[in-house]
Design a protein around this ligand. Structure first.
Ligand code: BG6
Length: 492
């Protein structure tokens, strides 16, 4: 295979939580894929670190199994594995205890000049203690980067504390806060669509846009992660990060350049312009749901309270819908409808921009209906872009208009499979490119807004509304948008 242009520099990546779910499902398979694409240099090592005894051999077996389990079919090739396996090491340690760093120190010794990445795939309350221990063990070099997985705290205050603790150890430019949605190709393409084309930007404002919908629908439940999820809920797990990032990229002003801070400055402005949701409006502007047992694709699935390790009762939301407003010049009066949920009928993330109807309509009602133009950006699956518009239905009879779509499928157009978000993000961490990671003020501004909703839910004691697994959330979510004379987008 020809050497690709994007190759990382020599590195040591230490994954704390190296035997955990995220490491197995995402991080280690993504690193394997990068190796397979020849993007890793010879001199790059991956060190799993976690509590408990295991040696290099056992860790390598675990990684091999993870690659088999979580890579797409046929992605595992023995030739790459032979090279990849030599990169893998394991250290059993308590990462929060400075005195337990002996073996790791020895392994990293004399490699102060290679990119050193500590990936904290652990609970967020460990971020501060691990950072402090790394400092005490004198492992922080000028080329050290700390990767923090979401969730970064559970509200503004806890997030601020974590950021402050980590900030005592490394500089802001050394902290890489992950929101894996930013590593998705289609999410990166949002900016390209808006700012590399002149077609849409003149229309991208309150004069031409009626409203925006952002949907992240999942068919999976919370199986296996109940206790984490029950303490979080959909607002913290999905809206505070993934949905707000999608909203920022859709709503932000053109940045002055592609430089990381230029983009993040614009995103922060959007977050700061989000209108807080007051306690007396929260029942009108938000919907909380929780799934009950049902069926998806004809297969029965358990309810939230019947999932593995579930408690006997819970008021945690597995679904949330919000009508949000951005208080600025461009978006005044344009609602942004957000929704996300687990155990919905289909997996699909998309952003739908609905344009206003023409100001003076000359076609007779008999030629209709006349659905408004919509630009649909499909983030996953079936990645692509569709522009819905009216056209004349050919024929000499009565005039009939029909909605048709200009459709771009990424798979048809670009052929190659779309890489997993973590591949791009890991490569960027090693290369020291922070653009696709969240800056401290971005994370905190997002919390500031979601905190207003959490507080309002609490003050008003808003209970979850139940929905049957396999339905599009509680009926109140449909009412949320239909009250305004609008409908959630459904692909025809
Ligand atoms: C994670 C959430 O951040 O994103 C999960 O914690 C969710 O609950 C996942 O399932 C969705 O990611 P993706 O890439 O499958 O859309």
């Amino acid at each position: 295979m020809q050497r690709p242009t994007l190759i990382s520099q020599p590195f040591d990546i230490v994954v704390f939580g190296g035997r955990g779910d995220l490491a197995k499902r995402k991080l280690l398979p993504a690193l394997f894929q990068l190796d397979r694409e020849n993007r890793l240099p010879e001199d790059g090592r991956i060190i799993g670190a976690s509590r408990g005894g295991m040696d290099d051999t056992a860790f390598r077996e675990l990684v091999e199994q993870a690659c088999h389990d979580f890579l797409p079919a046929k992605a595992f090739d023995p030739q790459t594995w032979e090279r990849f396996v030599r990169r893998l090491h394991y250290v059993g340690m308590d990462a929060t205890a400075p005195h337990d760093y002996g073996a790791l120190k020895e392994l990293l010794n004399k490699r102060e000049d290679v990119a050193r990445v500590f990936y904290l795939a652990t609970a967020p309350n460990l971020f501060g203690p691990i950072a402090q221990s790394l400092k005490a063990a004198e492992l922080i070099t000028p080329v050290t980067r700390l990767v923090l997985e979401k969730p970064l705290g559970h509200d503004l205050e806890s997030s601020h504390e974590i950021n402050a603790e980590v900030g005592q150890v490394v500089e802001e430019h050394q902290i890489y806060r992950i929101d894996h949605y930013l590593g998705k190709e289609t999410v990166q393409n949002l900016m390209v669509l808006r700012f590399a084309n002149s077609l849409f930007e003149p229309l991208w404002n309150r004069t031409y846009i009626d409203h925006v919908q952002i949907t992240v629908a999942e068919t999976v439940g919370v199986s296996g992660r109940w206790s984490y999820y029950d303490g979080a809920g959909a607002l913290r797990d999905m809206v505070q990060n993934h949905l707000l990032q999608l909203l920022c990229l859709t709503a932000m002003e053109p940045p002055i350049s592609l430089e990381g801070n230029a983009i993040r400055d614009e995103k922060v402005k959007v977050l700061k312009s989000l209108e807080p949701i007051a306690a007396n409006e929260v029942a009108q502007l938000t919907v909380r749901g929780q799934y009950r047992a049902g069926a998806i694709d004809g297969k029965p699935v358990p309810g939230y309270l019947q999932e593995e390790d579930a408690g006997s009762s819970s008021n945690t939301e597995t679904y949330v819908a919000i009508k949000a407003h951005i208080d600025n010049w461009r978006w005044a009066g344009v609602p942004f409808y957000l929704r996300t949920g687990k155990r919905l009928p289909q997996r699909g993330s998309e952003i739908v921009v609905q344009f206003r109807t023409p100001p003076h309509f000359i076609y007779p009602e008999t030629a209709g209906p006349f659905p408004p133009n919509r630009l649909v950006m499909r983030i996953q699956p079936n990645e692509g872009i569709r522009l819905q518009m009216l056209n004349k239905q050919p024929g000499p009879g009565d005039l009939k208009l029909r909605q048709t779509g200009l459709d771009l499928s990424f798979a048809d157009e670009f052929g190659a499979a779309i890489p997993d978000a973590y591949e791009r993000l890991l490569l960027d961490v090693i290369r020291g490119r922070p653009t696709l990671f969240m800056r401290v003020d971005e994370v905190e501004s997002a919390w500031r807004w979601t905190d207003t909703i959490l507080r309002a839910w609490q003050q008003q004691a808003i209970p979850v509304k139940h929905y049957t697994a396999g339905a599009w959330g509680p009926s109140a979510a449909i009412a949320l948008i239909e009250r305004d004379g609008r409908t959630w987008h459904e692909e025809d």
